[in-house]
Design a protein around this ligand. Structure first.
Ligand code: ADP
Length: 568
């Protein structure tokens, strides 16, 4: 009797399962539907989206939260193009990700086949590795390569192209098994990039911190990704050095820690003389490490898994390697010759005093109940409702201009990897995808999104996905009727033949976003007063079911471009 054969789709699914993939995100269609159905039959959970863009954002955040590559499945041509959003977002944020896309039949290349595109070329600018399986026998090696490259070294996106004809080719089961086990054996031999950190670098870094007058520890989402929280806590608490998290570094140590310099950010970065920066780039988010925000003679100690990153920034000391391991080594070095900045050391005290003053000023603003809502009043109510939840803290997804900026200052992060926002690229429209990823990656946590109506609108249809999978996600929409809110044009700007059109920044006023959720059977709330908001939060947080809370905000509260007006 002839041996049973399997096709390329089944082989891809088998390789993914054997490669440890537990979840996939994507949109099915020609030629990849069978990959998804076979993967499900092998125990991989496939989260089916409406749009590859959101699915891609979900896969990218999943990579960050779990440390395993987020897998995005797309159809050929336009599906792959939509998937570029997720691939590029993962690349820019340094998150592990694999885009697996069907592509047109190799037999018709260049002749206008169905959804034909040179996908290797299209994906190359955004991926660490762009590879095409030209025959069924190549699939196991390439699937394992893509999964491995995504996590190895600096995490990032990889692309694997699976042409239609390859997915339809067949191979005997025993041959498929042998192909996979051969690759598994090779993978075992492949050395992970385990960078050896020179102990002289560690000594130099410890010495710089010890001799500093105004040291600061800065950490970012690379440190969160590396799960360096215990080591960073030990470092901060044994040395007494104040710390400053980047937006997604928030929560590595609790925002409420007495050494947190978040509320004294300008003072901390403007006056520090030695900054230990762990898993965060000195890019626009950290003002390039240059004056006027930083002092011109600050000495940087950079810890990053990427040698390229260290070379680019030219710090006083560069330590290439995994953040968790390096901070562990630093702690060991410091233990041998300990030092500690007392809480009444002038620098530590100056930061604590400034932080306290700024918090008091903000609390005074937050204390007022302003109706119609500005951004502060509902943000305070949300903050209080979240802190009542205790541990495990919810994953907080945040996007929008004012909504994200004000949310970053007001909402409190107590646990690592519980904040997802627009990130390195300032990408808007990530919210729903990130919510879905967070619910899948951190099933023990509630997910709360606090986002502007503009951010929500990018992918509002994915609320159906929330309902379909019954995910514990509460989406709070700050509805001020547009991008930045109401029409802020000057009288001179309102001219020309289309002057009666709505402003480019406006949406339909009073849009009933809560009904979008109700259309699919989820729970919707429309709120405009503190009591209504408190009720909606209490009910939806305890129900742990998909909900949209549509919060009516004064369209003229906040400012255009939030805190980024200088770039507009
Ligand atoms: P943030 O937005 O929080 O400032 P960035 O995304 O700019 O953070 O920087 C994260 C940095 O962390 C990247 O340069 C990346 O190479 C680095 N990184 C990623 N994984 C690790 C790791 N395991 N150990 C150390 N650094 C890492």
């Amino acid at each position: 009797m002839a041996e049973k054969e399997i096709d390329g789709s089944s082989l891809v699914a088998m390789c993914l399962a054997r490669g440890g993939v537990k979840h996939m995100f994507g949109v099915v269609g020609i030629p990849v539907t069978s990959i998804a159905t076979r993967a499900v039959s092998l125990g991989i959970r496939f989260i089916a989206f409406h749009n590859e863009q959101s699915a891609g954002y979900a896969a990218s955040a999943y990579g960050y939260l779990t440390g395993n590559p987020g897998l995005l499945l797309t159809v050929s041509g336009p599906g792959c193009v939509h998937g570029l959003a997720g691939l590029s977002n993962a690349a820019t944020n340094c998150w592990p990700f694999v885009l697996l896309s069907g592509s047109s039949d190799q037999g018709y290349t260049g002749r206008g086949d169905f959804q034909e595109l040179d996908q290797i070329q299209a994906t190359a600018p955004f991926s660490k590795l762009s590879i095409k399986a030209t025959g069924i026998d190549k699939l196991p090696g390439l699937v394992f390569d893509a999964l491995d490259f995504a996590v190895n070294g600096r995490p990032g996106g990889c692309y694997l192209d699976v042409p239609t004809d390859v997915l339809h080719q067949t191979v005997e089961v025993s041959v498929a098994e042998k192909l996979i086990s051969d690759v598994e054996a090779q993978m075992k031999l492949r050395k992970q990039d385990d960078l050896v950190v020179e102990s002289s670098g560690i000594q130099k870094a410890a010495e710089l911190l010890r001799r500093a007058e105004r040291p600061l520890v800065v950490f970012g989402k690379g440190a969160a990704y590396s799960r360096a929280e215990d080591e960073l806590r030990k470092l901060v608490e044994t040395t007494g050095i104040p710390f400053l998290p980047t937006p997604m570094g928030k929560g590595i140590l609790p925002d409420t820690h007495d050494l947190a310099a978040t509320a004294a950010r300008s003072l901390a970065i403007g006056r520090c003389d030695v900054a230990l920066v762990v898993g965060a780039r000195l890019n626009w988010l950290l003002h390039f490490g240059e004056p006027p925000k930083w002092s011109s003679d600050v000495k940087f100690i950079l810890v990053d898994v990427s040698e390229e990153e260290i070379e680019l920034r030219k710090p006083s000391v560069g330590l290439v390697g995994d953040a968790k391991k390096i901070v562990f080594m630093l702690n060991k070095e410091i233990k041998d010759t300990p030092f500690c900045f007392a809480r009444n050391h002038p620098w530590v005290e100056a930061i604590a005093t400034k932080a306290k003053d700024n918090v008091l000023k903000m609390e005074a603003q937050l204390a007022k109940d302003v109706v119609p809502f500005n951004f502060m009043t509902p943000m305070r109510i949300i903050r209080d409702a979240i802190s009542n939840l205790g541990s495990p803290a919810p994953v907080l997804v945040s996007e929008g201009a004012n909504t994200m900026d004000i949310g970053r200052a007001v909402l409190v992060q107590m646990e690592p990897r519980t904040r997802l926002d627009a990130g390195t690229w300032g990408t808007m429209g990530v919210g729903l995808g990130y919510c879905i990823a967070a619910a899948i990656a951190s099933p023990e946590r509630l997910v709360v999104a606090v986002e502007g109506d503009s951010g929500f609108g990018f992918s509002a249809m994915e609320v159906e996905t929330l309902v379909r999978y019954q995910l514990p996600v509460v989406v709070i929409v700050f509805n001020n009727g547009g991008v930045y809110g109401g029409d802020r044009r000057t009288p001179e700007e309102i001219s020309g033949p289309y002057k009666d059109d709505p402003a480019p920044t406006s949406f339909v006023p009073g849009a009933a976003y809560h009904l979008v959720m109700e259309a699919f059977g989820g729970k919707g709330y429309l709120v405009g007063t503190p009591d209504e908001l408190r009720y909606a939060l209490a009910e939806s947080f305890s129900a742990k079911k998909p909900a949209v809370i549509n919060v009516t905000i004064d369209p003229y509260a906040g400012s255009e471009s939030g805190r980024m007006q200088h770039k507009n």
